[in-house]
Design a protein around this ligand. Structure first.
Ligand code: AMP
Length: 406
């Protein structure tokens, strides 16, 4: 479906063309008319489906006609700073030829960014994209004008609840006028999301585009290894393939740090990103990676959802992700848009049970690649046995998952 068929404002169509979108994605086809009709919406849609433009386009279109000056007209609440920045950038492109103003409001910057945000919020910004904590800091100071707010969007709602933002979200909502259009996007629909939806949404339309399965064109392979073989295998794979942009996920910060250290030592172009880094450092590393000045980015889960970096050709799960959704999100960083991608997952002995659960979710086993002979003997893939006797194999490397950390 062409974007011109939605009846969107001309200046918005110009922005869509300039951004390079030609036809609407399935989620956009379904979601845009619902939002234009004024109905509340609950949508299960993952990152990578085009869901950001699916809510931005109709909201911008409607605001061109109905925005109230010197106010916040739409509020997008997101779990992470990176996602806030990314949505703001997407918005900037799409709204470029319109009169819609916007600002991203997120923690971690220096004092001057807070006062810039304060300035913008005091004078009004049509669309504000915020992380919950930072928005509350501004709301507490009393200058944010939300009386005329028309749209509330919760993006990656499941992730926000996982991160403990429920109370913050409800607090922000307590500042909003009762009459508004509410849109909730979530990759998964556990009970707590349904419960949140019941509290916030009014007779919502429901859309389900969640593909809890990765795109077919991602080549997925898994290497069954001992913990101690993981770092040498990363180095081997990086040296043997002609990969231009590689994202490596670890479940623990310490693994990120150790692996990055080793890769740098071996003269790979690699940097790390995790929550210990200052915001400025995180942005710098992300930018270098996006610009292809940096080839390999080693990250904790913080990057697995929501972050849109084009043309990554290899994702390595250095540790098995905690659940199937995380797996799909992590490997979904590759094969964006039209490109193909490769995703390798390393499975240590004690991660086999976890990986079997993921394979069940995928509905089929992931091909187990042959570990080159030079690495010596490797464990058998026998997750059932491993499940039956947890902790039977204990290795000193300690690379396996554990709880949710980012
Ligand atoms: P999202 O799921 O919103 O993170 O979008 C994933 C990627 O798809 C982003 O790079 C978007 O810029 C891009 N995208 C969104 N909509 C379209 C479209 N209709 N045509 C082509 N690319 C799109």
């Amino acid at each position: 479906m062409k974007f011109t068929e939605f009846g969107l404002n001309e200046s918005l169509i110009e922005g869509i063309e300039a951004t390079g979108y030609e036809t609407a994605t399935p989620v956009q086809e379904k979601v845009i008319p619902i939002i234009l009709s004024g109905q509340d919406l609950i949508a299960s849609a993952q990152t990578g489906t085009g869901k950001t433009a699916a809510f931005l386009l109709p909201v911008i279109h409607k605001l061109i006609q109905s925005k109230i000056e010197d106010q916040v007209n739409a509020l997008v609440i997101v779990p992470t700073r990176e996602l806030a920045v990314q949505i703001a950038q997407n918005l900037e492109g799409l709204s470029y030829f319109t009169s819609i103003s916007s600002i991203a409001v997120y923690g971690g910057g220096d004092g001057s960014s807070f006062s810039n945000e304060k300035q913008a919020l005091s004078h009004g910004a049509d669309i504000v994209i915020c992380t919950p904590g930072r928005m509350i800091a501004h709301l507490n100071m009393g200058y944010v004008k939300l009386q005329g707010l028309q749209y509330l969007i919760l993006d990656e709602a499941d992730r926000m609840l996982d991160m403990g933002f429920y109370d913050d979200i409800m607090k922000i909502i307590s500042y909003l006028p009762a009459k508004r259009q509410n849109l909730l996007f979530s990759a998964t629909m556990p009970f707590k999301i349904r419960d949140l939806a019941k509290k916030i949404l009014h007779e919502p339309a429901e859309i389900n585009i969640a593909i809890s399965k990765p795109p077919e064109r991602i080549v997925q392979e898994a290497f069954v290894v001992y913990d101690t073989q993981k770092i040498p295998l990363v180095k081997f794979l990086l040296s043997s393939g002609n990969f231009k942009s590689v994202l490596i996920f670890c479940s623990k910060k310490n693994n990120v740090k150790q692996l990055t250290r080793e890769l740098k030592h071996a003269r790979f172009s690699a940097e790390e990103i995790h929550s210990d880094l200052e915001q400025a450092a995180r942005e710098e590393v992300l930018l270098a990676f996006k610009n292809r000045r940096l080839k390999i980015l080693v990250a904790t889960d913080i990057l697995s959802r929501g972050i849109d970096i084009d043309n990554i050709d290899l994702v390595i799960n250095y540790d098995v992700p905690n659940d199937g959704e995380d797996y799909v999100h992590r490997i979904g960083r590759t094969a964006r848009a039209e490109t193909d991608g490769v995703a390798y997952t390393f499975i240590s002995e004690k991660e086999q049970g976890k990986f079997m659960t993921i394979e069940k979710l995928l509905g089929k086993p992931v091909t187990k690649a042959k570990v080159p002979q030079q690495f010596g003997p490797t464990p058998d893939y026998d997750p059932r046995k491993q499940r039956a006797a947890p902790g039977r194999h204990s290795h000193s490397g300690g690379h396996s998952g554990g709880g949710r950390r980012r």
